[in-house]
Design a protein around this ligand. Structure first.
Ligand SMILES: [Fe+2]
Length: 257
């Protein structure tokens, strides 16, 4: 049974960690080989999947970068093929993990066209992004794009649900910006590692602020390899140590990204 510790945190039961790790998908993971800065080989990709499953993840969305106009603009049909191939290898290896295809789409004025053309895809995995599907969109880390709100509006008008990748990483987004984005209907994904002491104090503070405000719709490991491992387990332990941990995680389960 969980009980209150003197400093206001709670003892965490490993059964709870396992239950939440199985209930929530890792919606942001670079696990497909040879398509971005994720793993280079199938063996490395399989090792990441094995690690994810060992940490309790049962559903993982493979989200290679999609950056229009560059070497990482891997077309959506190829991403889907690679994800199917990874699932086949995961099954052969007896790893209990479902791999869904997805993409981490860099915000770009051409992005809506690429989604209409079927060259870019959604987290829902279909041949083309359709109204009601969720797209994982990342922003540049270096500075706020002038077209930020315009392009996000266009995606929303297309009927897509926008999930902002690792929202806590954008130092230039102020509280008012996050308010405005939330008002528009943009939902926020936070990286599991950002809740932990390994993250910078600022990034960690932003991750916890978003969580405590009930603004986090989904968690992702954003794994790129063994140096940033897959799995949500370590973050789940930290979140479940908070009094409202279950409430925040339940909101994510209901968001069902
Ligand atoms: Fe990523």
């Amino acid at each position: 049974m969980a009980f209150a510790l003197p400093w206001g945190r709670r003892a965490v039961r490993e059964e709870d960690v396992a239950e939440w790790a199985a209930a929530l998908a890792d919606v942001h993971a670079h696990v497909l080989p040879g398509v971005d800065d994720g793993p280079a080989t199938w063996d490395e990709a399989l090792a990441l999947c094995r690690d994810a499953a060992a940490r309790g993840t049962r559903t993982l969305v493979a989200t290679p970068h999609y950056i229009p106009g560059g070497p990482w603009a891997v077309p959506w049909p190829r991403v889907r093929e690679r994800a199917e191939e990874l699932q086949r290898r995961v099954d052969e290896a007896g790893i209990p993990l479902r791999v869904r295809p997805g993409q981490e789409l860099m915000l770009d004025p051409l992005l809506p066209d690429h989604l209409r053309d079927g060259n870019a895809g959604s987290l829902s995995g279909g041949e083309a992004a359709r109204p009601g599907d969720t797209v994982l969109v990342e922003l540049p880390l270096t500075g706020r794009p002038l077209f930020l709100f315009d392009v996000l509006h266009e995606l929303l008008i297309m009927g897509l649900k926008v999930l902002l990748a690792h929202t806590e990483r954008y130092e230039y987004l102020r509280a008012e910006d996050l308010e405005e984005l939330a008002r528009m209907g943009v939902r926020f994904q936070v990286n599991a590692g950002s809740f932990l002491p390994g993250a910078s104090a600022e990034r960690r503070a932003r991750a916890w602020q978003l969580l405590r405000a009930g603004r986090v719709a989904a968690l992702g490991s954003d794994t790129h390899g063994a140096h940033r491992p897959p799995g949500l387990d370590v973050a789940l332990r930290a979140i479940l140590a908070e009094r409202q941990g279950h409430t925040w995680l339940d909101a994510m389960r209901r968001a069902a990204v």
